[in-house]
Structures are given as structure tokens and as C-alpha cells.
Design a protein around this ligand. Structure first.
Ligand code: NAI
Ligand SMILES: CC(C)CCC[C@@H](C)[C@H]1CC[C@H]2[C@@H]3[C@H](O)CC4=CC(=O)CC[C@]4(C)[C@H]3CC[C@]12C
Length: 369
């Protein structure tokens, strides 16, 4: 915990505070926000690790709740100075229904905004996503673009649709009068594919590699770049922008920021191998064996099987037409907007991010080494 002579007087609320990103935001706030007096962690499922955080100088309040329930959200928001809204249903695999995704991501966000307005909370940071922009269903590349790069954002999938709608609501709410008469200040952060300690899909790839005798098979051409950002840097960006929302309200309010750091531009699979390689897995070149049309056929078959089996069981593999399209379309960002607007610099270098992630993969049970 950071010791500081600054007065602790601020109350923060982190929704989704027990998720992959949320846990990093919670820990980062405790380490790097010296003005914090109380940290409320709101989630549908509370993690046992929260207990160990309750012994420091900051009051950590765990709130088991559902963002789709307006009264639960309002009770959690009341009296908070800042809300970081990271709760969301991250599902591109067809596990949840489109209705549920909409309820959590859109209605949940509406509830958070209304709670701020009703209770007088003035600062709201929303965790959006690169998916709000793309890749679009036409497969247009977004090559090292920034927040102002023109791009035809066309969505059909429930997840990006819901994130885009929610982001719009948050940005439109900037300037609304909250209880007490002052204006609400909001902004949205758009991470690209987040990686780091706790990343479930990395875990899945690692275990799949172990099952396949230490091998993974290349499905996507190495030339397709996929944007990635380290979870610690995404968390740091949330902490920093939350702090600066008050001081730089006129500049930051109503803005969107991509989350970026020094992670290299690579294909999704080559990037994963930066961590899985040192943990004993290798990527086998099978592009000739698995051309794009064959992968698309498998993806469509998976979607069909999911639909057929739905009455009996949930079949939700990683490969479906949507995930294949996302993985197979270049989408990378190159921007310094967060640096210009609120002084963001990545807290973790690429070497640090890589080392930390490798250490986490190695610590997983059944390591290949
Ligand atoms: N994982 C990624 O690569 C990216 C994630 N994001 C966004 O970051 C945010 C966090 O994502 P992750 O940490 O990856 O996902 P996660 O699934 O690990 O965390 C989401 C958290 O929200 C909670 N939650 C879900 N439904 C809820 C509800 N009805 N009420 C209260 N809490 C609820 C979950 O229990 C979970 O702890 C999400 O908003 C997601 O859209 C954005 C870009 C990339
Ligand atoms: C062998 C397959 C073709 C490889 C499948 C990989 C996919 C599961 C993942 C490739 C790209 C990922 C998405 C991307 O990083 C952007 C995202 C942003 C979010 O806000 C949520 C997660 C995700 C949609 C992420 C999900 C997994 C991939 C589709």
C-alpha cells in the first residue's frame, strides 16, 4: 500500500471489481490513489482475495450486487465520488443470450448513469472496448489507427453492439446535472485485447496446448496484426483518468481513449506465444493444412452445433464465425491521446508485462516445464 501524507477522503466504486480487469483496477487504486478513503467493490460474484485487502488504511467494502438491478446500483453509488464501471458480460462465444448481454451491458450502464445523477456522483469512467470501433463485419483492416481515424463501424454481434450502445450513453451523459446541481463528467476507455495475470483465454490456450502435447497450431496468418495491451497498464489508465476527471473536466469529459502501451504489434497467436513459448509450448505452422475456407467451415459448423445442442447443453468453443473474423482482421492502435490529455505513460514496460505474464502462466497447474 502506498503511504502518503495526503488526506484520505475520496470514495471510489468499481463495478465488476472482481473480474480480470476489475481486480487489477482495485489493486492499482489501493497502491496508487493516496486520496482514497473507501473503495467499494461491486460484483455479481465476489472474490475471496478481497478479504486480504481489508487490513490496510483504506476501507474496502465488498458489495455483492447486480448492475441490472437499479436499486442495488443506486445503493452502491450513493456517496461515492468516482465510479469506474468495468462490469460487463464479455461474451463472443454464444454462452449468454443477446438479451442477457444487452441487459448487463446496456441496461446495467444506464443504471449506473442514473444512479450517479440521482445520488450526486460526478465522475464516471466507463470501460468500453476496441470492439466499439471494430473490426467490422466487412473485415476492413484498422491499421495503427487512433481515436480520430475514420472507420466504418458496422456491428451485428450482440457484444460489440452492446458496448457501442453503452459507450454512447456514457458519453451523452457528460454534462448532465447531478443531484446538487453540478455537471456529471464522463469518459470511456477502449482497451484492445487485454492480456496478463488472470486472462482466461490465455489460460484456455495454455491448457489446450498441454493437451495437444505441447503444441498449438497456427490458424491465422502471421501478417494479421491484433492490438493487445497489458492489464496493469489498462488498470493504471483507469486510475489516472479517474483522478484527472475533476482537474481536467473540460478536456477529458465526453472523450474516448484507446488503451495502449509498448506491447508489440503481432498476430493474436504470435503474441500469445511470447508467453506460452517460454512455458514450453510451440506454434506449429499448419497454414497449408488449415486454409481460411476450412477454418470458416469449422467455425460455421461450430455455430450450427451450438444451435442444435442448445436445448441439451451449452456448446461454446473459441472458434466461431465472429471470433474467426476478429482474429483474422488487422486491428491495431497507435495513439498518444491519453498522454496528451491526462499525462498517461505506461506503468509497465513491455519487458515487465511479458515477465509478469510468463510468471503467471508458469505458476498455473500442469506447467509444461
Ligand atoms: N478482456 C478483454 O480483452 C477486454 C475487456 N473489455 C471490457 O473490460 C471490462 C472487464 O472485462 P474483463 O475483466 O475481461 O471481464 P470479466 O468477465 O473478467 O469481468 C467482468 C466482471 O463483471 C462482473 N459482472 C458481470 N455481470 C454482472 C452484473 N450483472 N452485475 C455485476 N457484475 C457483473 C463479472 O462477475 C466479472 O467479475 C468489460 O466491460 C469488458 O467489456 C474491453 C476490452 C477488452
Ligand atoms: C483459432 C482461433 C481462430 C483463434 C480465436 C481467438 C479468439 C478467441 C480471440 C481473437 C481476438 C479476441 C478478441 C479481441 O481481443 C477483442 C476483444 C475485446 C473485448 O472487448 C472482449 C474480448 C474480445 C472480443 C476478444 C475475445 C477473444 C478473441 C475473439
Amino acid at each position: 500500500m502506498a503511504e502518503s501524507t495526503e488526506v484520505r477522503k475520496l470514495v471510489y466504486l468499481v463495478t465488476g471489481g472482481c473480474g480480470f480487469l476489475g481486480e487489477h483496477v482495485v489493486r492499482m487504486l489501493l497502491q496508487r490513489e493516496p486520496r482514497l478513503s473507501e473503495l467499494r467493490v461491486f460484483d455479481l460474484h465476489l472474490g475471496p482475495w478481497l478479504e486480504e485487502l481489508k487490513t490496510g488504511p483504506v476501507q474496502v467494502t465488498a458489495i455483492q450486487g447486480d448492475v441490472t438491478q437499479a436499486h442495488e446500483v443506486a445503493a452502491a453509488v450513493a456517496g461515492a465520488h468516482v465510479v469506474i464501471h468495468a462490469a460487463g458480460l464479455v461474451d463472443v462465444f454464444g454462452r449468454a443470450s443477446p438479451k442477457t448481454i444487452h441487459e448487463v451491458n446496456v441496461q446495467g450502464t444506464k443504471n449506473v448513469i442514473e444512479a450517479c445523477v440521482q445520488t450526486g456522483t460526478r465522475f464516471l469512467v466507463y470501460t468500453s472496448s476496441m470492439e466499439v470501433v471494430g473490426p467490422n463485419i466487412k473485415g476492413h483492416p484498422f491499421y495503427r489507427g487512433n481515436e480520430d481515424t475514420p472507420y466504418e463501424a458496422v456491428h451485428k454481434h450482440p457484444y460489440p453492439c452492446s458496448k457501442a450502445q453503452a459507450e454512447r450513453l456514457v458519453l451523452e451523459a457528460n454534462g448532465r446535472e447531478v443531484r446538487g446541481g453540478l455537471p456529471l463528467v464522463t469518459c470511456a476507455l477502449r482497451p484492445t485485447g487485454i492480456y496478463g495475470e488472470g486472462h482466461q483465454i490465455m489460460r484456455d490456450f495454455y491448457h489446450q496446448g498441454l493437451r495437444l502435447g505441447g503444441r498449438l497450431f497456427r490458424a491465422i496468418p502471421a501478417s494479421v496484426e491484433h492490438g493487445r495491451v497489458y492489464v496493469g497498464n489498462v488498470a493504471w489508465m483507469h486510475v489516472l483518468v479517474a483522478r484527472e476527471l475533476e482537474r481536467r473536466a473540460a478536456l477529458v469529459g465526453g472523450q474516448v481513449y484507446f488503451c495502449y502501451d509498448e506491447s508489440p504489434y503481432k498476430s493474436y497467436e504470435d503474441f500469445n506465444m511470447e508467453f506460452l513459448g517460454p512455458c514450453g509450448l510451440r506454434l506449429v505452422e499448419t497454414r497449408l493444412l488449415a486454409p481460411y475456407w476450412l477454418l470458416m467451415l469449422l467455425a460455421v459448423l461450430n455455430a450450427l452445433l451450438q444451435w442444435l445442442l442448445r436445448p441439451l447443453l451449452l456448446y461454446a468453443p473459441l472458434l466461431n464465425p465472429y471470433t474467426l473474423a476478429v482474429a483474422n482482421t488487422t486491428f491495431t492502435v497507435s495513439t498518444d491521446k491519453a498522454q496528451r490529455h491526462f499525462g498517461y505513460e505506461p506503468l509497465f514496460s513491455w519487458e515487465d508485462s511479458r515477465t509478469r505474464t510468463i510468471r503467471w502462466v508458469r505458476a498455473m497447474e500442469g506447467s509444461a516445464q
